[in-house]
Design a protein around this ligand. Structure first.
Ligand code: ADP
Ligand code: XUL
Length: 524
């Protein structure tokens, strides 16, 4: 009988399911839904709601659980073999917080299959909205927490990151200050990942160490809630935080709702869920040093696997626990796909036409440089969006198209310098990684080989691989991650984008110029 494993990824803009047959080394199913298009009644744009000043960005947790029912109904209509899934795990956008009340667990334990989960869980939230990673409204709370922890350097040493607007601690603090009675009614504060894991096990699920690292609440060394950070955030917070656990933890058997409604076996194991970037680390097989990844999704991220803990005391980057139990570095950009789309749409281009321009214009953009802060930026910190163009104007199509792509990778190269290992290989993933013209610019700027996989959703793939490992470790004894990855990933289809040596000089010069321009606008 087939031994299948399911990985789900609840990202900013949609929900994806990937099923793998681990022994056959194959992805056997892939199905996605898009929140804006498939769950229109929620009225999101790119999966979120944005306040007028652009700083508050949030979503509706009911939409995410509706998405699970919607996607599973779609899979059922296609005869997806739910009964062959031995274990499942999941991935979710990082940092977002979900606030549930005491009804949550009670309803979860007795879900009825005649109604949707969202209908039944309607009253189970103490806060209707869930702030997400794109939120940048908590600058004041960040400085208060940072101060309580003894400044930036201490905050980094304790939590692995400086205090960031989108991280959970400042978000929770703001909620406590602005809506104290709703905070009082909160029974548990989940991350998106642990919230969704909860519906799959029918009770509050723990937060895994990897996603827990993105909260400014977990001690990066002890992997426990840090008493100082918890105190600096909100009163009685410890009672409201789920326990922490290793990412490989088997949480239990699947909630009977899914057995009755979709035909899962009652023995299906549910493995701890994690964040999308940690899952991607596994989904592209990054369990070795000197291999890095760029994920080009709604956010652009750059990350690599680290055996040992080290910090970015400049405070731009993060250190997370990796799902392997080691560490990973990460830098995150808000001006990723949505910024690329603004340029593409301004000139009414298809992605193919956009790529054509990249393929036919000169690397170095004839000396033109863009600083593309269409949205408030995380790295470098730009609280108020503004696009700077040096040497060209906003109507010059070629320079804008090349300008934004070069800027994104020059910035990635510049701000990942703290990660001491220089990559020899970079794996590309995320929706925009299907675009070879974009990846060629990245290869030329980094002067590294870029691997492009056929499966662009490495977060869902990573979740399915994590569920396979936890399952087989339990039945066959523990094996190293490296063995699992080697077995599976080497069989996946990929292509290689080589750096063109002739552009090395152009880009090393341009990087210096970019750095100078960046400094001139940031510190003026
Ligand atoms: P997330 O997981 O963050 O929700 P995805 O990784 O699915 O997002 O990426 C979605 C983005 O991929 C879209 O916003 C779109 O801009 C981008 N995208 C899709 N196809 C292409 C393409 N051919 N070239 C460049 N970008 C693309
Ligand atoms: C990472 C980050 C984003 C989200 C959404 O720190 O904020 O990459 O995980 O994908």
């Amino acid at each position: 009988m087939d031994e299948l494993f399911l990985g789900l990824d609840c990202s900013t803009q949609g929900l994806t399911a990937i099923a793998i047959d681990f022994n056959a080394k194959k992805v056997t199913w892939k199905e996605s839904i898009n929140f804006d298009a498939d769950l229109k009644s929620y009225g999101t744009k790119n999966g979120v709601y944005v306040s007028n000043n652009g700083k508050k960005v949030f979503s509706n947790p009911l939409m995410w659980i509706d998405a699970v029912d919607y996607l599973f109904a779609k899979l059922k209509s296609k005869n997806f073999p739910f009964n062959k899934i031995l274990a499942l795990s999941g991935s979710a956008q990082q940092h977002g917080t979900v606030y549930v009340n005491e009804k949550f667990e009670k309803v979860l334990a007795s879900l009825n299959t005649n109604e949707s989960m969202a209908e039944q869980l309607n009253d189970a939230f103490s806060r209707e909205i869930a702030p997400v990673w794109m939120d940048s409204s908590t600058t004041m709370e960040c400085s208060e927490i940072r101060k309580s922890l003894g400044g930036k350097k201490n905050a980094i040493k304790i939590t692995g990151s400086d205090i960031f607007e989108r991280f959970s601690a400042p978000q929770i603090k703001k909620f406590y200050i602005e809506e104290p009675s709703k905070y009082e009614n909160t029974r548990t504060i989940h991350l998106v990942s642990s919230f969704l894991a909860s519906i799959f096990i029918g009770k509050n699920a723990p937060i895994d160490h990897a996603d827990g690292s993105g909260m400014n609440l977990m001690n990066i060394k002890t992997r426990k809630w840090d008493a100082r950070a918890v105190k600096a955030t909100a009163p009685n917070l410890l009672e409201n935080l789920p326990p922490l656990c290793p990412s490989e933890r088997i949480l239990g058997k699947i909630n009977p709702y899914f057995v009755k409604k979709y035909g899962f076996s009652p023995n299906t194991l549910v493995i701890a869920w994690s964040g999308d970037n940690p899952n991607s680390l596994i989904g592209i097989g990054l369990v070795k040093e000197r291999h890095a990844a760029m994920s080009l999704g709604t956010s652009d991220t750059y990350f690599n696997y680290m055996k040992k803990l080290f910090y970015d005391f400049k405070g731009e980057g993060h250190v997370f626990v990796a799902p392997t139990g080691d560490y990973m570095s990460l830098i995150c950009y808000k001006n990723g796909s949505l910024a690329r789309e603004i340029v593409k749409n301004k000139f009414n281009l298809s992605w193919q036409e956009f790529s054509e321009i990249l393929n036919t214009t000169a690397p170095g953009n004839n000396g033109n440089i863009m600083l593309p802060y269409f949205f408030p930026e995380i790295v470098p910190f730009v609280p108020n969006p503004k696009v700077y163009r040096f040497g060209f104007d906003e109507d010059d199509m070629e320079s804008n198209v090349r300008g934004i792509i070069e800027a994104q990778f020059l910035s990635m190269k510049l701000h990942s310098k703290w990660i001491k290992e220089k990559p020899i290989k970079i794996m590309a993933t995320g929706g925009a990684s299907c675009n070879e013209a974009i990846l060629q610019v990245a290869a030329d700027i980094f002067q590294a080989i870029i691997y492009k996989f056929e499966i662009t959703n490495s977060a869902a793939l990573g979740a399915s691989l994590r569920s396979a490992k936890s399952y087989y470790d339990q039945v066959k004894g523990t094996h190293a991650w490296f063995d699992y990855i080697n077995k599976f990933m080497n069989e996946q289809d990929f292509s290689v984008i080589k750096p063109r040596k002739e552009f090395r000089k152009v880009y090393s010069k341009m990087l210096k110029k970019y750095e100078k321009f960046e400094k001139s606008v940031l510190y003026k």
